[in-house]
Design a protein around this ligand. Structure first.
Ligand SMILES: [Zn+2]
Length: 125
């Protein structure tokens, strides 16, 4: 399954891990993806052949990817698609899509939104 990041990069989700497209193989059809967790220098890799066979070629080192993170990635993709397909206002599309999130997903989404807000009161005076 493919979803998109905030920067519209394709993400491949496999066995609970998120992979970002890296490059094509020497045959020009096999796709190589690397684990999204570059922040922890994860060595997880997959190869996806043209007939859809997925081969895991790297080791994730044993951490557990958060299922909520994947849920959020899916939701963001749905919001983008819906906004493009229906010409709805973004806020309407977001509300339609987050309606189906789990409680944990909604909690994470609101914390993500909070992070984007710039504090305005503390240092003003
Ligand atoms: Zn990984």
């Amino acid at each position: 399954m493919e979803v998109l990041t905030n920067r519209n990069k394709p993400i491949f989700i496999h066995e609970g891990y998120q992979y970002i497209f890296d490059k094509f193989g020497a045959d020009q059809v096999t796709k190589f993806y690397r684990c999204r967790r570059r922040d922890i220098h994860c060595k997880g890799r997959i190869m996806v052949s043209i007939n859809g066979v997925i081969e895991v070629t790297g080791n994730h080192g044993g951490y557990d990817e958060s299922p909520v993170g994947i849920e959020i990635a899916r939701t963001i993709t749905n919001v983008k698609k819906r906004a493009m397909d229906t010409m709805e206002a973004p806020a309407v599309a977001i509300n339609q899509c987050i309606e189906h999130l789990t409680v944990a997903g909604k909690g994470m989404l609101s914390s993500v939104n909070n992070l984007k807000q710039v504090p305005t009161e503390s240092s003003a005076s």
